[in-house]
Design a protein around this ligand. Structure first.
Ligand code: ADP
Ligand code: MG
Length: 611
């Protein structure tokens, strides 16, 4: 066949393949245009899931009649003039091809009126040919009707799913778009039925709740944070709402990221979110979250994906750290204990308490629980810990050496002080204190004790380390090898001495005694540390935040795990350490190490009293 120039309609249809996949993508483009026109109300209507009709109406600035033919011509846009504009895009659209593409794959009519005109003008496109604009009656703003989507492109029409499935994809897109513009009222109507309706609000929290679902409202925690300097344009800020662990989902469907007003899919941000929840969630659960990131448009390329759902950050690492820290800080300052509380007791009549019934148990605690939360973290007792004593405790504490040796572990209670402690399901320790029943998460407690001990210890100098007779050598990615140098000061503090061994190998010469005592394998540990650094999860090595992250990792690796059977002396050692740590300090993961069910609560539960 001879080489020929493609005719413009075909060019548009090919372009449409990239932007217009299904009704949801048409809706996205049209609503984004309405945003760019500063609309305050946008309504989307569907017939037949959008196959028969998609109508998007807005009250934005409209299009001048003389510009109508250009609006439906490809590569015609009012938004980008020069290449430099592309580097700092402030509008949703910029390619100037959405309308032309959409018009090439369905019947198309656009009606628009600006404030300067008495009447609206409409333009129709059929078979790729735009008719002359004609005047008509209509309000200020724009309305686009797209009918019979893909009627002339059967291959694409066949790919469309059922009417309901297409409508729910549209709903998903409308929710996403709604999140980006809380001040714009939005509505989605399908076959005459209102599916979504979002009132305009100046409070972005309101929109998040509307979109995520009112049922989650009481379980959302606000996050904020920023890095950089607004003066030199390096400022990046994050704001959002994340769901507490108890409302985590089996999928990531309820996670949305908004970058500079655009919903994006980004693995690094999703990862940062997950990291913020580290230790709080089962690996198979995913937090509910809406996270807005704003940064200088010059620092991100949105022009890497035709539908603009993926972006490329110039410096992804600081952003990762920003999001992770914001999430973690918010969770740490939240009383997560409330989230795993028993349901609040039904209000009942106090006078039904049996006389003389277990009054003595109430000594020291108020007769009412602390508000609706009835399982409370035990509070600080004991004074400031003495670092030297801790060190000894850490060293002397006998810890499980061989888990196969399960005979040695006793299913019987261990007596610690005056109380009996029972290990259940090889994960929890159950005991009592003066106020009630206490349940301890063995891993969480040990991890926390380790963390606090390490933090205190490291303030006095580098950690003790043990030289390897033969260096441990392991293979590593080049990024990891180069990370060795950046992390050197940090590694020195924790007692790791390692050098590059060729471009893809690392040799460990010395390793912290504490980790060796706890049977932590040097190779995998350092390789994980370096990988996390390469992924941007551990910041600049000179910051305290980075040190905390590393200590956190060390504690986690060194701590007993859920599933480790503990011997009586180990249980005793753990409880002894517990009594020495400062309970007022926040724990590394912000999650409770233990819970208490107060006696009055047990009494209520068993119908013995109504306290
Ligand atoms: P882009 O959004 O990339 O500029 P489009 O093909 O989506 O390209 O739109 C072409 C032009 O039509 C826009 O640049 C804008 O000037 C105009 N336009 C489209 N939709 C609207 C609308 N709803 N209100 C006002 N102007 C619009
Ligand atoms: Mg557009």
């Amino acid at each position: 066949m001879r080489i020929q120039k493609l005719d413009p309609t075909l060019i548009n249809q090919i372009a449409a393949g990239e932007v217009v996949e299904r009704p949801a993508s048409v809706v996205k483009e049209l609503v984004e245009n309405a945003f760019d026109a500063d609309a305050t109300r946008i309504e989307v209507e569907l017939q037949g899931g959008g196959r028969d009709l998609i109508r998007v109406s807005d009250d934005g600035g409209g299009i001048d009649p003389e510009d109508l033919p250009l609006a439906v011509t490809s590569h015609a846009t009012s938004k980008v003039l020069r290449l430099e504009d592309l580097q700092a895009i402030g509008t949703m659209g910029f390619r100037g091809e959405a309308l032309a593409s959409i018009a090439s794959v369905g019947s198309f009519r656009l009606e628009s009126r600006t404030a300067d005109h008495e009447e609206a003008w409409s333009i129709e496109v059929a078979g790729g040919i735009a008719a002359e604009p004609t005047p008509c009656a209509g309000p200020i703003g724009t309305r686009v009707d797209v009918g019979h989507l893909f009627r002339d492109v059967p291959a694409r029409r066949r790919f469309l799913k059922s009417e309901g499935a297409e409508a729910s994809r549209v709903a998903e897109v409308v929710r996403n778009l709604a999140l980006t513009r809380p001040q714009v009222a939005m509505k989605l109507v399908s076959n005459g039925r209102t599916l979504l309706e979002f009132a305009a609000s100046d409070d972005p929290r309101q929109r998040v709740v509307d979109v995520i679902g009112r049922e989650f409202e009481d379980h959302l925690v606000e996050i904020t944070g920023q890095i950089g300097d607004p003066a030199d344009g390096t400022l990046a800020s994050v704001w959002g709402m994340v769901g507490t662990p108890e409302i985590a989902r089996p999928t990531t469907k309820k996670q949305r990221f908004v970058l500079n007003g655009r919903v994006i899919v980004d693995r690094s941000l999703a990862h940062a979110l997950k990291e913020g929840f580290r230790g709080l969630l089962e690996p198979s659960r995913h937090p509910v979250a809406v996270i807005h990131v704003d940064l200088d448009p010059g620092r991100v390329d949105v022009n890497v994906h035709p539908a603009k759902t993926e972006v490329r950050f110039r410096e992804p690492r600081p952003l990762h750290g920003l999001v992770r820290r914001a999430v973690r800080e918010a969770l740490e300052s939240t009383d997560l204990v409330r989230d795993i509380a028993l349901k609040p007791p039904e209000p009942s009549d106090e006078t039904s308490t049996l006389p003389g019934d277990s009054v003595s148990h109430r000594a020291g605690s108020s007769s009412r629980g602390p508000g609706p939360s009835t399982v409370v973290p035990t509070t600080s007792r004991g004074g400031r810990p003495d670092p030297a004593a801790w060190r000894d405790a850490m060293r002397d504490a006998p810890w499980p050496e061989d888990h196969a040796d399960s005979e040695a572990a006793s299913p019987l209670p261990t007596v610690v002080g005056r109380d009996a402690v029972l290990q259940i399901h090889e994960s929890f320790l159950v005991t009592q204190d003066s106020e009630g029943l206490v349940i301890i998460d063995q891993h969480a407690l040990h991890e926390r004790v380790m963390f606090e001990t390490l933090q205190q210890r490291i303030a006095t100098g580098p950690l003790e380390s043990q030289r390897q007779l033969v260096p441990v050598v392991f293979d590593a990615e080049p990024e990891s090898v180069s990370g060795l140098e950046t992390l050197a000061p940090l590694l020195e503090r924790i007692g790791i001495e390692a050098t590059a061994s060729g471009p893809r190998g690392i040799a460990i010469h010395a390793f912290p005694s504490l980790l060796l005592d706890r049977k932590v394998d040097p190779g995998p540990f350092l390789s994980e540390l370096l990988e996390r650094h390469a992924a941007g999860e551990i910041d600049a090595p000179d910051t305290e935040a980075a040190l905390s992250d590393v200590l956190d990792l060390m504690s986690c690796k060194a701590a007993v795990k859920a599933g480790d059977r503990l011997r009586p002396q180990e249980i005793a050692a753990l409880l002894d350490m517990r009594s020495r740590i400062d309970r007022g300090a926040s724990c590394p993961h912000g999650r409770p190490t233990h819970l208490r069910i107060p006696i009055p609560e047990l009494e209520r539960r068993f119908g013995r009293s109504s306290g």
